[in-house]
Design a protein around this ligand. Structure first.
Ligand code: NAD
Length: 279
């Protein structure tokens, strides 16, 4: 048996058409403000892909490049202008930030209504109550992928590897809302030598670490669903965190890397923008 590919790119393409029609039907002029502090080669790739999708949707993507020495106060003063600008519906902050800036702090300079990454504490707080309209993009992308295969989540053993604020933590809350039994593993689980035992019992395995080959293919439970969020550059190849070929022999579904979670994450950002614009 060989797992079927859970291709986020295909779902993203379908969603793009729905969003495009919605924007056109409302005759809306949407603007997404993207703030970059300093420069970073990885960020340039994200910006390019966000801009390409925005162009396809007829969204005005406005990049604001601030110098790398920008202070927290200067960042907030700049963001305040975008917060006030009625022509801007969504604001995003490019990562990584220079070391002197804290993402947790700068995200709070953006009004929650325009935080289309869903990372403002107010938006994240709404996830706890299961009432969020703006969801953290990567977690939302993983949920969309699970929904696309029509798999009921109630009572399923879901194992998430990685407990970051942008992925693992909100995703655990979103899955609990669907009555899945959620286990969250992280570096502590690894150091205790317990990753394998958790992975072995996962009906659904979601990995967001950033370590190629961390999850051995032979650990995968028969017919499991695997969502590999990790992005690792090896030479000129991009791979995830799961040993793909071996895992494919056991799983029912597996996301390819690239072409899995990534393209859908960008589309979730655009969906949040449309949501923030109240079309
Ligand atoms: P992070 O660095 O904030 O968190 C990493 C997590 O992995 C932590 O919970 C840490 O405890 C855990 N960890 C580290 N080493 C481990 C080990 N040996 N065993 C088990 N757990 C371990 O990372 P992040 O920002 O959540 O990103 C994780 C990965 O997902 C990266 O590769 C990143 O590029 C990728 N990512 C992809 C998308 C996408 O759209 N596809 C979006 C966000 C992040």
């Amino acid at each position: 048996m060989s797992a079927k590919l859970l291709e986020g790119k295909l779902i993203a393409d379908q969603l793009r058409e729905i969003l495009k029609q919605k924007i056109q039907a409302a005759h809306a002029r949407l603007r997404l403000a993207s703030i970059q502090v300093g420069t970073n080669p990885a960020t340039e790739v994200y910006i390019k892909s966000q801009k390409r999708i925005a162009d396809l949707l007829g969204i005005d993507y406005q990049l604001h490049a601030l110098p790398k020495e920008t202070s927290q106060e200067a960042f907030c003063a700049f963001a305040a202008g975008l917060n006030r600008d009625a022509g801007v519906q969504g604001i995003i902050v490019q990562l990584p930030l220079p070391l002197h800036l804290s993402y947790t702090e700068v995200i709070q300079c953006i009004v929650p209504e325009k935080d289309i990454e869903g990372m403002h504490p107010i938006n994240l707080g709404r996830v706890v109550f299961g009432k969020a309209r703006i969801l953290p993009c990567t977690a939302a992308a993983a949920m969309e992928l699970l929904q696309s295969i029509g798999m009921g989540l109630s009572g399923k053993e879901v194992v998430i590897i990685g407990h970051s604020e942008i992925v693992g933590k909100p995703l655990a809350l979103m899955l609990m809302d669907k009555l899945a039994t959620v286990t969250v593993c992280h570096i502590g689980t690894y150091k205790a030598g317990k990753l394998e035992e958790h992975v072995r019992r996962a009906d659904i395995l979601i990995v967001a670490v950033g370590k190629p080959g961390l999850i051995k293919g032979e650990w995968i439970k028969e017919k499991a669903v695997i969502i590999d969020i990790g992005i690792n550059k090896i030479g000129d190849k991009i791979v995830g965190d799961v040993e793909f070929e071996e895992a494919q022999k056991h799983a029912a579904w597996i996301t390819p890397v690239p072409g899995g979670v990534g393209p859908l994450t960008v589309m979730m950002l655009m969906r949040n923008l449309v949501e923030a614009a109240h079309l």
